[in-house]
Write a protein that binds this ligand. Structure first.
Ligand SMILES: [Zn+2]
Length: 249
């Protein structure tokens, strides 16, 4: 299932935080009540307003907020906390008329809703990297994609793909440390996953180099690719078993 891109925004309206998936249960969505969103203005911001009464602009004010969301599945009720700051955004109030509105910039979420809900067949080393990626989504997208790259390394480790290779040197052999590209080739030569794994390595590399920015669309594409690969590698057996069972009906 592809990621629902419309839900994953770091900027939200005050009265409509996104209904993100519950980190604990599969069916639940996170809901917030207005009363549970608390926005506070620090003293220095209030003072600045008093000091500059005549030239003061609303977007000078600083807002710090916190919200507590709850899973809407009655039997789960997981609690997820969000924190962030206010951001004043220009909005189209009516045709031809623009105005400023205070929006909520999400800076951190805990426990983090999953970008990918990996099945139980996916090894813990891989899923814990996905969990870290989900946490980093709110804070730093480059670190988030770097975590996806690490999850590919963990996948290859779990599949028993070697990290070293013997190469001929002179009359003997020398141990060569394989990089991720070589390990992917060793694992997926001739497999349909080869290009997909290389694309994840590539986007992960962009995330690792601080000079390059990774945008959300690239990240969401990577999430979709990784989910497809994980299903292909870890869930094919389960799906085939179900298909065999159906054929026997
Ligand atoms: Zn839940």
């Amino acid at each position: 299932m592809s990621i629902n891109r419309s839900l994953w925004h770091r900027l939200a309206q005050r009265d409509s935080l996104p209904s993100l998936p519950c980190p604990r249960c599969e069916a639940g969505k996170l809901k917030a009540s207005k009363q549970k969103i608390k926005i506070k203005e620090p003293r220095y911001s209030v003072d600045e307003k008093d000091d500059h009464q005549y030239e003061w602009e609303p977007d000078w004010s600083v807002g710090r907020w916190a919200a507590s969301l709850e899973c809407d599945e009655a039997k789960c009720g997981e609690i997820v906390n969000l924190i962030g700051d206010s951001e004043w955004v220009e909005v189209d109030v009516s045709p031809g008329q623009w105005g400023l509105e205070e929006a909520l910039r999400i800076q951190a979420v805990f426990p983090a809703p999953p970008l990918i809900r990996a099945s139980k067949n996916v090894p813990k080393t891989v899923s814990s990297q996905l969990q870290l990626a989900s946490q980093m989504f709110w804070t730093d997208v480059s670190t988030c994609v770097a975590r996806l790259r690490t999850s590919v390394e963990c996948l290859l480790d779990h599949q028993g793909v070697p990290k070293e290779r013997l190469v001929k040197k002179g009359k003997g052999n020398k141990i060569h440390r394989m990089n991720l590209a070589e390990r992917i080739d060793a694992f997926a030569n001739g497999s349909s996953h080869k290009d997909q794994l290389h694309s994840l390595r590539h986007i992960g590399n962009l995330g690792t180099h601080a000079t390059t920015t990774v945008d959300d669309e690239d990240l969401f594409d990577a999430i979709d690719v990784l989910e497809f690969v994980l299903t292909g590698i870890y869930d094919t057996q389960t799906i085939n078993a179900k298909a065999t069972k159906l054929k026997k009906k």
